[in-house]
Design a binder for this molecule. Structure first.
Ligand code: ADP
Length: 253
């Protein structure tokens, strides 16, 4: 059940009583569970054919005489996208079970930040968003580099996606005694206070975004949160509608 209550006032504005509404949300809860189950089943079914596509593409690419060089580049794009799809499918399953596997190793986090920013630069230029980076020369931590890059890619991509023309995105990183921090700040549309808690829930999209043309499915932040938490870290946000948003990732060094 959910319950909500509001006061009733008489025409003179005096308190006259309260209306309390109890709603039976069993059906809604069941529908959400069914949606979850459906997504998990579909993800599972996608895995086998995708693995097969990827296997054959790699077989062709690995054969030095098997392919005209002019098709190699195109097929490499097919391979990368099949890999992305496969990793999305794995993430969908992992985020459902609440488990993301990480393999930490010594990493220069500054390098990861610079890499994410560099790969986002063409998108930022297209969206007329200024992208800048503020990191020390090196920043050592023991993290899973591809997973942390995935988090940074997602935060930077969101910052660009949810910023208007002429926006500014700044990506910074620093450390204290035992933690490393990465911060992605934008001057974009912001997230209303009452929706901020929801953004880490899977398939959540803010009200002003849901029916817009901005692409997205609402999985990036829940996956990012699961990755950061698998490192024993945390991800927080500060946001002011119309002013911008800052996401801060904190992981043990
Ligand atoms: P997606 O971007 O695919 O919708 P995410 O999980 O990455 O999914 O983000 C969830 C929601 O949080 C977005 O739909 C958007 O409403 C909000 N959001 C995330 N990042 C930002 C940002 N930098 N500025 C404004 N809103 C954001």
């Amino acid at each position: 059940f959910t319950a909500s209550a509001r006061p009733m006032l008489d025409p003179a504005g005096n308190f006259a009583g309260s209306v309390v509404v109890f709603s039976d949300v069993t059906e809604l809860v069941n529908a959400l569970a069914a949606k979850d189950e459906f997504v998990a089943n579909v993800s599972h079914e996608f895995r086998t054919p995708l693995t097969s596509i990827l296997g054959y593409v790699e077989l062709i690419l690995d054969d030095p005489n098997g392919l005209d060089p002019k098709y190699r580049k195109q097929l490499d794009i097919v391979r990368r996208n099949a890999e992305r799809l496969l990793s999305l499918v794995s993430d969908l399953l992992a985020v459902r079970s609440g488990q993301i596997a990480i393999q930490p190793h010594p990493v220069d986090v500054s390098e990861l930040v610079r890499g994410s920013v560099a790969s986002a630069e063409p998108r930022a230029a297209k969206a007329h968003v200024r992208l800048s980076v503020d990191v020390p020369g090196t920043l050592h931590a023991r993290v899973d580099s591809s997973r942390i890059s995935q988090v940074l890619d997602n935060l930077v991509s969101n910052a660009i996606k949810y910023s208007p023309d002429g926006g500014d995105v700044v990506v910074s990183a620093w450390e204290d005694e035992d933690h490393v921090y990465c911060k992605v700040s934008d001057t974009g549309m912001g997230i209303p206070q009452d929706e901020q808690a929801g953004v880490f829930t899977k398939f959540f999209r803010a009200d002003g975004v849901r029916n817009s043309t901005i692409p997205g499915v609402g999985l990036g932040l829940p996956i990012s949160k699961a990755i950061v938490e698998a490192h024993g870290g945390s991800i927080t946000l500060q946001s002011e509608p119309g002013q911008g948003t800052t996401f801060t990732v904190k992981v043990p060094a």
